[in-house]
Write a protein that binds this ligand. Structure first.
Ligand code: ATR
Length: 274
């Protein structure tokens, strides 16, 4: 019987995961079916249990269920443990469910491998202190940056986050008005652009060499990346590569084969966002 995979979320109709994983499967000649499943807000746990009772082998989990998946998993990888959120569930041979989080690894891969942006020894600025940011901090700290500074509209949340990761490296919280010097890499992990807003960053954080990354993506450059370009940043990158790379890491965990993510990323840029 064909192995089944799916992404569960609510809403789910705009998810690009079925397209991405179907292309991976085609490339790697894997016999599997990957679909999108809309799950009612209160129905997550039974939906997961039902899925794995059948021919389900693995799941991706998206908004708003990543914390629920973290609680539901029988075991967790260290990076899912620190992220306190799970985007990948894997059915184990003994019937238990393992939770992983591939978001941070996906972002690091996109930056380091695809975009050739070095993180080691660099000064990083991370904007935001929600679940998306929590998921990426440990994978970034593993790349040995000189420091990570977190800023957030609600300062206390940035402070709490910095405190909980301080054992892994030089990480601190600052207020927006304390930012007076340029950073090497800036990552926007807020959902501000969904509201058509920009985080209140001073111009001083951007120099010509600053690489600016937005976890969001769209047909056009996000407002945040447009702003960064206007401040003179030469390298601006949206989150489509992160989306494809987090999927590639999940796919490898499930199937043990590495898909050609660059080819899929190029394809998405040319067709899906056209
Ligand atoms: P996610 O899981 O996607 O990270 P979240 O936990 O709701 O979602 O976090 C959203 C992040 O975007 C937070 O850092 C939030 O700032 P607050 O902690 O102050 O709420 C940030 N954010 C959302 N809208 C914003 C806006 N208009 N301006 C600046 N920051 C914003």
């Amino acid at each position: 019987m064909t192995d089944l995979y799916a992404v569960m979320g609510n809403p789910i109709n705009h998810s690009k995961s079925p397209t991405i994983h179907s292309k991976f499967a085609e490339q790697a000649k894997q016999d599997l079916v990957y679909s999108a499943m809309l799950v009612p807000t209160e129905g997550f746990e039974p939906a997961v249990k039902d899925f794995f009772k059948g021919h389900g082998r693995g799941l991706n989990i998206t908004v708003p269920f990543k914390e629920k998946a973290y609680q539901l998993a029988n075991s967790l990888t260290p990076r899912a443990q620190t992220a306190e959120a799970v985007n990948t569930l894997v059915l184990q041979e003994d019937g238990t469910i393992m939770g992983d989080n591939t978001d941070g690894a996906g972002l690091v891969r996109d930056l380091v491998m695809n975009q050739k942006v070095d993180i080691a020894g660099k000064k990083l600025l991370v904007i935001g202190a929600g679940g998306a940011v929590r998921g990426i901090l440990q994978p970034f700290l593993e790349q040995a940056p000189e420091s990570i500074t977190i800023v957030n509209r609600t300062f206390e949340k940035a402070q709490l986050l910095a405190n909980s990761f301080e054992e892994y490296g030089d990480i601190k919280a600052k207020g927006f008005d304390e930012l007076t010097e340029p950073f090497d890499v800036i990552i926007n992990g807020t959902s501000a652009s969904l509201a058509g807003e920009l985080p209140p960053l001073p111009d001083a954080v951007i120099a010509q060499h600053t690489c600016v990354y937005d976890m969001m993506y769209g047909k056009e450059l996000t407002p945040f990346l447009q702003w960064a370009q206007q401040q003179g940043a030469e390298k601006v990158i949206d989150g489509l590569g992160m989306l494809v790379e987090q999927a590639a890491v999940s796919f490898e965990i499930w199937r043990g084969v590495k898909p050609n993510s660059i080819e899929v990323l190029q394809d998405l840029r040319e067709h899906l966002l056209a």
